[in-house]
Design a protein around this ligand. Structure first.
Ligand code: ADP
Length: 339
């Protein structure tokens, strides 16, 4: 156990010092302390040094000498304490650095594991999807309606699984700082149109009206088409998921200025509490993280959307009011080529 650095440990008190240096006796000290107490009881401020002087137990020179000695001791003690603290700080810093190294090693292992397992899952899923497609199109024999319906449900589930695996692969790439963009001139009108077509079934199934505003003559943007599509789709998926039946979701793409295109996804859904607006972008965070939660999902979507948008040199903004709805929006820089 280390001794706490109290002033008494740093510097012995004046009385004890004078006794130990042989300037006064124990008796002298007791007398002076008693005198000091009397003075204080009479309402007078009296230091031990003054009491000793007034009782003639030390002279001024002896007192000055003792005080100077004490100041030197105090300075030495402070220097020792500083050195001690510096050593402690160095030790703790080294411990923290070691902990950090272990943590990033673990996080690297986790990212590798997620990447490997995701790739392993993808191969069999590709086979499942391929055969489902052959079955559904009747290439392997005629089907009745019931069989076709069952296969279509299986196809949708396989699609969801594929989506989840893609998110995991993207997540492990981002966690390893390996998210690379394949930039090409991208036509956002086409991308947004495709995403709307893809989301239409989901919105219909949930009885949510899907609206859009997509000008046909937008300038091209330099972007990774697959990743930007994925990000917009993810925002639309969330908007549909968190909007109760009867509500509205809109994808709006607008030319804000000569070279800025704003992409916005709006919904009239449940909204997000103000104190959670930052946290929803953290991996795995969900506003309702309970085991009884009503909405499915992994909590990875928005974290990846933010990674993708920021890899494009942009930033995602959010406006939301609980019970009223949310808007997620991000700008993209137009290139000079016009369609
Ligand atoms: P997931 O949707 O898989 O749970 P996300 O990372 O996409 O994960 O979103 C994190 C959380 O943010 C969601 O669980 C939800 O609580 C909240 N959220 C995201 N989008 C919306 C939205 N449009 N309306 C309300 N809440 C949302």
């Amino acid at each position: 156990m280390t001794t706490p650095l109290t002033p008494e440990v740093l510097v012995p008190r004046l009385g004890e010092y004078l006794v130990s240096s042989g300037t006064i006796t124990d008796e002298d000290l007791k007398k002076a302390l008693a005198y000091q107490q009397e003075q204080q009881a009479a309402g007078k401020q009296c230091y031990l040094g003054e009491a000793l002087l007034e009782l003639g137990l030390v002279n001024r020179r002896q007192l000055d000498h003792a005080v100077t000695k004490q100041i030197i001791q105090l300075r030495n003690a402070l220097e020792d304490a500083n050195r001690f603290l510096e050593r402690r700080v160095q030790e703790r810093t080294a411990e923290l650095q070691e902990a950090l190294r272990k943590l990033s090693e673990l996080s690297q292992l986790k990212a590798n594991f997620v990447a490997n397992i995701s790739h392993e899952l993808r191969t069999p899923l590709t086979h499942v999807k391929g055969y489902l497609e052959l079955l559904v199109t009747g290439a392997l024999g005629e089907l009745n309606d019931e069989q076709r319906n069952a296969l279509q449900v299986s196809q949708r589930s396989a699609g969801q699984l594929e989506n989840l695996i893609d998110s995991l692969i993207l997540f492990s790439q981002a966690a390893r700082g390996e998210m690379t963009l394949h930039l090409t001139p991208v036509n956002l009108s086409k991308v947004a149109g495709d995403v709307i077509r893809y989301s239409r079934i989901k919105a219909n199934n949930r009885n949510v009206t899907l609206e859009y505003e997509i000008p046909a003559d937008l300038p091209l943007v330099q972007a990774d088409e697959e990743k930007i599509s994925w990000a917009i789709l993810q925002l639309l998926d969330n908007a549909i998921k968190f909007t109760p039946a009867g509500g509205r979701v809109a994808l709006v793409v607008q030319l804000e200025s000569d070279n800025l295109i704003m992409v916005a996804v709006r919904d009239t859904g449940i909204g997000i509490p103000a104190d959670k607006l930052e946290a929803i972008f953290e991996p795995f965070f969900q506003v309702d993280g309970s085991s009884t939660r009503r909405y499915g999902g992994t909590g990875l979507g928005l974290a990846l959307v933010r990674e993708i948008i920021s890899a494009h040199g942009s930033i995602i903004e959010i406006n939301s009011t609980e019970g009223k709805g949310s808007e997620f929006r991000f700008p993209l820089l137009a290139s000079k080529i016009v369609m």
